[in-house]
Design a protein around this ligand. Structure first.
Ligand SMILES: [Zn+2]
Length: 231
């Protein structure tokens, strides 16, 4: 049975360490700041909902001495990134070496609110860097049940034009990894170098056991809990 408890979440990363994976951020991946002769796990987290659950991820990462790239929304309907408690969560994550960055919704906000998206992104980056006192290296596009695909922004824009190193779906990573995601909430899905692995519902540990060299995990706090998803 699929297991989305915090206990199992910790087990995934313990197993990665036991299988001698380097656990790195996307920034480190795009800067080639890791040993390419060893296996690597690129650890991405998108915070769509339930930002408070990041506290549990923080405790696990601190205990294991590992880090992640964490993408947060400025336009989330159910959390306020600027709530003082949430700023502290982000500071705690930064303090253990996590990369924090923007989970962007540029197409959605332009289509619905008619805001000019290039200018908006520039201002969002400056704002984010001010609040969190950290440089922003990249963004990850948020996918939602809207008619727009937020990734479309990057068809006509370059990360470097915004002082960024990467967009999380850039080919350098997306076309060169095994991507394993919990984005269907109750089951895993996987892509190999950008192609869907049909009906592959293995957990990240299953992919580690196969000896996958570049494992890219995407997890969401809202998918994980102690005993019940809406606890
Ligand atoms: Zn998202």
């Amino acid at each position: 049975m699929d297991n989305f408890t915090y206990e199992y979440y910790e087990t995934i990363f313990k197993e990665a360490l036991a299988h001698e994976y380097q656990i790195i951020t996307l920034k480190e991946f795009f800067l080639d700041e890791y040993d390419k002769d060893k296996k690597v796990l690129v650890n991405r987290i998108d915070v769509d909902f339930k930002i408070a659950r990041l506290r549990r991820f923080y405790q696990i990462f601190k205990k294991l001495g590992i880090r992640a790239s964490i993408y947060v929304r400025l336009h989330a309907p159910d959390y306020n990134l600027l709530a003082i408690g949430n700023i502290k969560i982000m500071q705690d994550l930064i303090s253990i070496g996590c990369e924090v960055a923007l989970h962007t919704e540029l197409e959605d906000v332009e289509h619905y609110c008619q805001l000019e998206k290039q200018n908006l992104l520039k201002r969002e980056i400056a704002f984010f860097e001010t609040i969190f006192e950290t440089k922003l290296y990249g963004t990850a596009s948020h996918g939602d049940m809207t008619p727009n695909n937020n990734l479309d922004f990057w068809k006509t824009n370059k990360a470097s034009d915004f002082g960024l190193l990467y967009e999380a779906y850039d080919d350098k990573l997306w076309k060169n990894c095994r991507y394993v995601s919990d984005s269907e909430w109750t089951r895993w899905k996987a892509y190999e170098n950008g192609e869907l692995l049909k009906d592959d519902r293995r957990t990240p540990i299953g992919h580690m056991q196969e000896g996958c060299r570049v494992l890219h995990t995407l997890t969401h706090p809202e998918s994980w809990y102690d005993g019940y998803i809406y606890e």
